[in-house]
Design a protein around this ligand. Structure first.
Ligand SMILES: Nc1nc2c(ncn2[C@@H]2O[C@H](COP(=O)(O)OP(=O)(O)O)[C@@H](O)[C@H]2O)c(=O)[nH]1
Ligand SMILES: Nc1ncnc2c1ncn2[C@@H]1O[C@H](COP(=O)(O)OP(=O)(O)O)[C@@H](O)[C@H]1O
Length: 204
């Protein structure tokens, strides 16, 4: 039997740098992570591509996915639906590859129920004022949306204790190095009982 991949969940408030850190992690060849592309009803931001950043859906289409059990988890966040298509996650884990989900906390808690063996990492900002700076600097949200996202951020930060690890995103390289170390350590830990060693034991 093939060793299953690890389901890695990264959460953190809007603007903390999840997307930036994720891109840095995906350039690390030795990690070989597979990104699960979420479905959302949010409108694309400038430069975002359907099928790369998100699967952009109408509300009725998204509700159809919920009804047909096509989502591993879903949540409503600041007025839009976001959800993880279950088929890709199952298939990729079964192939022995690690799957990376970048999702908010309500969804992460649903994943924790379905996959308690997942690896849950919370990316935290150095401070709330720095978080605000980062959302403003990114320039993708109106003043209203920034306010709503900062309100959501406070609720999200309260949930950080439910995660296995909290990583502060002070500098992108530091956060990336820490997550890389966490994932590598998790692989070493799970290898102790890995099926690929069972054959060796049979020979003894
Ligand atoms: N529950 C859930 N949350 C998601 C999913 N995809 C993205 N999110 C989260 O939804 C929130 C809003 O995402 P987005 O609109 O792209 O804003 P951003 O975080 O500011 O880049 C973020 O916390 C994302 O991590 C998903 O499939 N499920
Ligand atoms: N460690 C960091 N220090 C300073 N700015 C950062 C850092 N990480 C990300 N940023 C910037 O903060 C903004 C939000 O980052 P982004 O990756 O879009 O966040 P998220 O995906 O969590 O919403 C972007 O302009 C990004 O360049």
């Amino acid at each position: 039997m093939k060793e299953k991949g690890i389901l890695i969940v990264l959460s953190g408030p809007s603007g903390v740098g999840k997307g930036t850190v994720r891109k840095a992690l995906f350039s690390e060849e030795e990690l070989s992570l597979q990104y699960s592309i979420s479905a959302t009803t949010r409108k694309p931001r400038e430069g975002e591509v359907h099928g790369v950043d998100y699967l952009f859906k109408e509300r009725v289409e998204f509700e159809e996915m919920i009804k047909n059990d096509q989502l591993l988890e879903w949540a409503e966040y600041v007025g839009n639906y976001y959800g993880t298509p279950v088929e890709y996650v199952q298939k990729t884990l079964d192939e022995g590859k690690d799957v990376f989900l970048e999702i908010e906390v309500q969804g992460a808690m649903q994943v924790k129920k379905a996959f308690p063996e997942g690896l849950f990492i919370f990316l935290a900002p150095p401070s709330l004022s720095e978080l605000r700076n980062r959302i403003v600097t990114r320039g993708t949200e109106s003043e209203d949306l920034i306010h709503n996202r900062l309100t959501a951020a406070k609720e999200e930060i309260e949930m950080m204790d439910s995660y296995d690890y909290v990583v502060e995103n002070d500098k992108v390289e530091h956060a990336c190095d820490k997550i890389k170390a966490i994932v590598t350590a998790e692989h070493c830990k799970r290898s102790r009982v890995a099926p690929r060693y069972k054959k060796l034991l049979e020979v003894e």
